[in-house]
Design a protein around this ligand. Structure first.
Ligand code: PFF
Length: 494
């Protein structure tokens, strides 16, 4: 390699590539499939009344997510650099202003901020792996692997595990540090030796685990209630703007869009990769995982619900507790009374860990790939410094669960009542990701040279015309709608 002999700066600028299309797909699916699918999606389904949300979500993935995903990967593949530099390169070739790179700049900062709290949450997963790991070891020791999990503890004790962890900053920080250190270790090893390797091993393992747990849930849990919950809907809710907007926000988050990640990963794609086909495969894998996650989680959770409560949930009279509570409180309680509960609980949290790790490496890589070029430093030093800063911000944010819960420095608009942790989440998901995705859509649809775009996108005929219509018109309009209503919820009249 020509750059190899020119020292640190040379190795900082050399562009690496995935070793195969399969590796690209695994890495991109690894980035897309994460806590967004396993925690946020079931929570949003629960909060937005089940089936209507699911249907609208799928529409958003196809009509908004997929065109933007293709746009991001093609900018990266053509630009052949970090996300910011790739946009600059495409803009320069198109005779447009370099300021369009703001599209990637906003996304890259969002990805970095998301990483800070993502690692705190993933640290909780590490903690639960420890709890279920020692439980399963005990069960094997006593020869009773077929029984429920955490049998020595009352339901109240199990419900108190998460609040107990949140009240114990030292343990929470250690878990956060462990997860961030693993992420840094992988990213520091590079695109081929780290990110790709982890993706090609962990993603197939993830798919085996999620398939196994879903089948287990189908046989032992309340599978038909879960199906009813996920797919039955009142058509009127399809028109509910809050349902629509939540579905749109979730689609961007889940496909890792508006966060510079897919531009970064697209730059590592080889010339002979058909980006349209690959983007469609990434989007369908991510969406299938979200739905399968629902089919894995809800049957297990519903099995532990009192029949009256379950009926009320299915009738839409009661909301399912979503989000963190669902994964860290309801599921552990459910595993207490399920057959082989400790083993399944252990495997469940290992599965979530794999998904979170392949996403967190992409969240860190977006800024590492830029900073190592910008400052001409080695990948190792860049990764250590950025991982360290992300750890410190995450550590600060994690105090939102205890001593700093009352510290709400931006008490206005969507930030009102939010401690630092919530502020980072709101700022990134409701403002920064949509802004970045919007700028990408306008840039690709209206600004960049059409011939350049057409030579990269792998589309022709009617499908090409349809994609152009979506990226020029539908995507900018709909994303603007999310942004405005996210910032000014009052406009929707709620
Ligand atoms: N797409 C991943 C998830 O759903 O968890 C990770 C992620 C990437 C989230 C980029 C948010 C984001 F902006």
């Amino acid at each position: 390699m020509a750059g190899a002999s020119s020292g640190a700066a040379g190795s900082a600028t050399a562009q690496e590539h995935w070793s195969s299309r399969w590796a690209f797909i695994m890495a991109a699916v690894g980035s897309a499939v994460g806590l967004g699918n396993l925690v946020r999606f079931p929570a949003e389904v629960g909060a937005n009344g089940g089936g209507a949300f699911v249907i609208f979500y799928i529409l958003c993935v196809v009509l908004i997510g997929l065109p933007v995903l293709l746009s991001e990967t093609l900018i990266g593949r053509h630009g052949q650099s970090s996300a910011i530099e790739s946009v600059k390169n495409v803009a320069a070739e198109s005779g447009a202003s370099r300021w369009w790179s703001l599209a990637a700049g906003v996304g890259m900062i969002a990805a970095f901020l998301i990483l800070t709290y993502y690692s705190v949450l993933a640290g909780w997963i590490v903690y639960f792996i420890g709890i279920f790991g020692s439980d399963v070891a005990g069960a094997i020791g006593s020869g009773d692997i077929g029984g429920g999990a955490l049998t020595g503890r009352s339901v109240e004790d199990v419900q108190a595990i998460l609040p107990g962890l949140q009240a114990d900053p030292a343990t929470m920080l250690v878990m956060h540090a462990i997860f961030m250190a693993i992420t840094v270790f992988i990213v520091a090893r590079g695109v081929l030796g780290g990110i790709e390797k982890v993706a090609v091993y962990l993603m197939p393992a993830f798919f085996v685990l999620i398939a196994g747990i879903t089948i287990y849930g189908a046989f032992t849990g309340a599978f038909s209630s879960a199906l009813e919950f996920l797919f039955a809907f009142e058509p009127a809710r399809l028109l509910d703007p809050t349902v629509q907007l939540s579905a749109l926000g979730q689609a961007l988050f889940s496909l890792s869009l508006g966060s510079a990640l897919m531009i970064t990963y697209g730059a590592y794609a080889s010339r002979d990769t058909n980006l349209a086909k690959t983007s469609a495969q990434i989007a369908s894998a991510d969406t299938s995982v979200a739905i399968i996650a629902g089919l894995a989680i809800f049957p297990i959770m519903f099995a532990a619900m009192a029949p009256g409560v379950l009926d009320a949930v299915l009738a839409g009279e009661e909301e399912v507790q979503g989000g963190l509570g669902l994964l860290f409180i309801n599921l552990p309680v459910a595993f207490q009374s399920m057959p082989a509960g400790s083993l399944i609980g252990f495997l469940f949290f290992i599965m979530v860990f794999f998904a979170a790790l392949t996403s967190s490496v992409s969240l860190l890589e977006a800024s590492v790939s830029w900073a190592k070029r910008r400052f001409g430093v080695s990948r190792l030093s860049t990764t250590l410094v950025l991982g360290g800063i992300a750890f410190l911000i995450g550590a600060w944010a994690s105090f939102s669960f205890n001593s700093q819960a009352e510290f709400q420095p931006l008490d206005f608009l969507i930030f009102s009542g939010q401690p630092v942790f919530g502020i980072i989440d709101e700022l990134t998901a409701k403002i920064m990701l949509p802004i970045s995705a919007l700028l990408v859509a306008i840039f690709v649809g209206w600004v960049a040279d059409k011939r350049l775009i057409d030579s990269e996108n792998g589309l022709d005929g009617g499908l090409h015309k349809f994609w152009r219509f979506l990226i020029r018109w539908l995507c900018p309009l709909v994303i603007t709608a999310i942004l405005v209503s996210g910032l000014f919820p009052g406009l929707l009249g709620q």
